[in-house]
Write a protein that binds this ligand. Sequence first.
Ligand SMILES: Cc1ncc(COP(=O)(O)O)c(C=O)c1O
Length: 386
Amino acid sequence: MAPFRVMKVLRRANELSAQGLDVVHMEVGEPDFPTPAPIIRAGARALSAGQLKYTDARGLGTLREAIARYYQTDYGLDIDERRIFVTVGGSGALLLTTALLMDPGDNLLMSDPGYPCNRHFMTAFASSSQLVPTTAENRFHLTPQQVTENWNPRTRGVLLASPANPTGNVMADSAMHQLMKVVSAHDGYLVSDEIYHGLVYEPRGGGVHSGDLKYSALHADPNAFVVNSFSKYFGMTGWRLGWLIAPLDAADDLEKLAQNLFICPPTLSQHAAVAAFSAPAREIMERQREEFRRRRDYLVPALRDIGFDIHDMPDGAFYVYAGIPEGYKDSEPFTEWLLEEHHVAVTPGTDFGRHLANRKVRFSYAQPLPRLSMAVDRLSQAMRGQ
Ligand SMILES: Cc1ncc(COP(=O)(O)O)c(C=O)c1O
């Protein structure tokens, strides 16, 4: 299994910080904001009340009800609670889905570039990811034609993420529908990673932006496996909580897997997460979303000005996937140089696949604007050879 390179960059960046250097962290994939106070208070109440025993393997009933209500209010979808599994982060949901769907030798189609751990989950179950190179013209998403061309007898389905990591791009609703048609024509599964939902900055057809209903793969395919998380929009990375929505006929098998692999998701985090859907918490998250938009709007033109190649404005998440300026080394030595000499930590494209990976880097803008501006100054000096 390949390493998760961003964690290596993070470790080195932390070493440099420990030596007293002021490193700007643009490698991290987590919001810089603290967990919203209403969630922390709910967690503290649960802690004082000693609510710390195992829960149902599928998660607390109250939390699963709150998730079902969220799908009603935010997506206009009625989800049977028996289909909802609270998990250890979106990672737990991806692990359960992989364990359920993949037999040794099977493969799942994925975009290259894409989130690295998905490939590695496949490896853990002796199955594989079939990485399909995507293009900037398709906003680095798989197309229905590519799915058809790359499907083979051992393909079980397609995994997609929207907004995606590392690109931040959203797949258009119509494209998702087309893709789903191809997948179901092959009798395959659609696995949709929606963990950056809520962090979308562009209005688009079908309306994923605030104020409108959000769009889920469940609109295209009610039998899709949908992965979501409290980590990103809800600001709860370290609480390790996410969820999976699965077809009802998969629920019994998933429950057995969840019981055996995890016993249950973390109890304290589950009590806290019930408050994540409250109006005061949502208000905080919406303000943070606006702040992320401001940062994106600052960073993308600033990076373009100093020579980074960014094909389109990313729609969401908090990432910019950029081509490194002409004349520079491959992305790994390039990011090492930026970190060691200029103290800006950035993730090399090689973390996300093979296609053009040597020429790409990912910037995370989960940092306050003054820090981003400091990073841009340092990068600009670096590019001018100072
Ligand atoms: C696309 C994607 N999926 C899943 C995850 C897993 O996150 P978590 O387990 O914290 O929910 C991440 C984390 O960065 C991600 O970027």
